[in-house]
Write a protein that binds this ligand. Structure first.
Ligand SMILES: Cc1ncc(COP(=O)(O)O)c(C=O)c1O
Length: 382
């Protein structure tokens, strides 16, 4: 019997240890990790750089309070703003980062409407859930927050129609993650940014899954030559220590004055010390280029499966955020189960997309090993 709410469809394996690109279950079985705790363990498991930062801070002070100055938050904020005119707010998760973004956008603009996109995912708390363009996830939780509307992704016409002076912000993922690894078209995203600017609406880019080097640049939007007003980030920010951040243009600061928004744990010392080390490691050109190169290799090899098997419909993504669209949800379920039997962990996205999110530190030989397992399973060659 379980003492837990059944809100997750949990697999029976219980991961009790991890090292690099491998995790181990309660029976001592090792698996090649192609999901990184859903894009969290970007630097792999038990990374010595992350551990050193954690242990060093654990010996000093874990938590102070946001009532006091915090030099570690200042250091992380400086890194996240990348020399541009932004400020940061720290929280504990992705959904909280999006809550902060929605609140800031409404208060700063004095407008109420938030436009987001069909099959988007922004989190489970009421504001973020209301921005999530998946009716199935809202089912049973009505009424959701007022003032949200959902538009078709990668289409400009419907956005032009809705963009009036009630629109506080347009919120989107550069690659829709949970929705099925769907990348934004470059021209579309650039046009969205331009339209937002012309309409004095803020552009909120949710980098919670795509950020932290996952796509081969520190933030995925960097490849699109746009400048968001607000960026949200979480998941891999401290490689598994819970933390989130909202980064917004400094001109928005007036709307987030003392007492306007807050959290007890957000940006606590442990999380900040680790985040500092994680960003330092990831935000180096050599590291980011290696992610892009590994991603290109994986995409190219996986794309060969389209011709070899009618189970594979398409391969999409960028860097080490890759989706293999399979022929049906049933096929996907079988493939994920067989991958697990062959000791590789991967997860689904959308209805029938195999989502691959290996640690960014994965070696070439581990990538090849993963590819071999995936090919064998898809081609029924076991
Ligand atoms: C794009 C995106 N936004 C927001 C979230 C919510 O983050 P969290 O689960 O940390 O609340 C997720 C989580 O999967 C996500 O992928």
């Amino acid at each position: 019997m379980s003492y837990l709410f059944p809100n997750y469809a949990r697999d029976t394996i219980d991961l009790v240890a991890g090292s690099g690109s491998y995790v181990q279950d309660q029976n001592g079985t090792n698996y090649l990790d192609f999901m990184s705790g859903i894009a969290v363990s970007n630097l792999g498991h038990n990374n010595p750089i992350v551990m050193e930062a954690l242990f060093e801070q654990a010996d000093k002070i874990w938590h102070s309070s946001n009532l006091y100055s915090n030099h570690l938050q200042e250091q992380v904020a400086e890194k996240l703003t990348m020399g541009k005119d932004y400020l940061a707010f720290f929280c504990n998760s992705g959904t909280e980062a999006n809550e902060a973004a929605i609140k800031l956008a409404r208060k700063a603009t004095g407008r109420s409407t938030i436009l987001s996109f069909e099959q988007s995912f922004h989190g489970r708390t009421y504001g973020a859930l209301s921005a999530t363009g998946q009716p199935a996830l809202q089912e049973g939780f009505y009424p959701i927050v007022e003032g949200f509307d959902y538009l078709p992704y990668n289409q400009l016409g419907p956005l032009k129609e809705k963009l009036d002076d009630s629109v506080a912000a347009v919120m989107l993922e550069v690659i829709q993650g949970e929705g099925g690894i769907i990348p934004a078209d470059k021209e579309w995203l650039q046009a969205v940014a331009k339209l937002c600017k012309e309409n004095d609406s803020l552009l909120i880019i949710d980098e919670i899954q795509t950020g932290m080097g996952r796509t081969g640049t520190f933030y995925a939007f960097e490849d699109y030559q746009i400048e968001p007003d607000i960026i949200t980030i979480a998941k891999a920010l401290a490689n598994g220590i819970p933390v989130g951040a909202m980064i917004g243009k400094s001109k928005l600061a007036k709307a987030f004055g003392p007492g306007s928004h807050g959290t007890t744990f957000g940006g606590n010392n442990l999380a900040m010390k680790v985040a500092n080390a994680v960003i330092r490691e990831i935000n180096q050109q050599e590291f980011l280029s290696s992610v892009a190169a590994k991603g290109n290799y994986l995409m190219e090899e996986l794309s060969k499966l389209i011709e070899k098997s009618d189970k594979v419909i398409a391969v999409r993504g960028k860097g080490l955020m890759i989706g293999v669209e399979l022929s049906s949800p049933e096929t996907l379920q079988v493939v994920i189960q067989q991958l697990k039997e062959q000791r590789l962990l991967a997860i689904k996205a959308g209805k029938s997309v195999l989502r691959l999110l290996p640690p960014l530190t994965i070696s070439q030989s581990e990538l090849e090993q993963g590819l071999e397992i995936i090919s064998k399973v898809i081609l029924n060659d076991m």
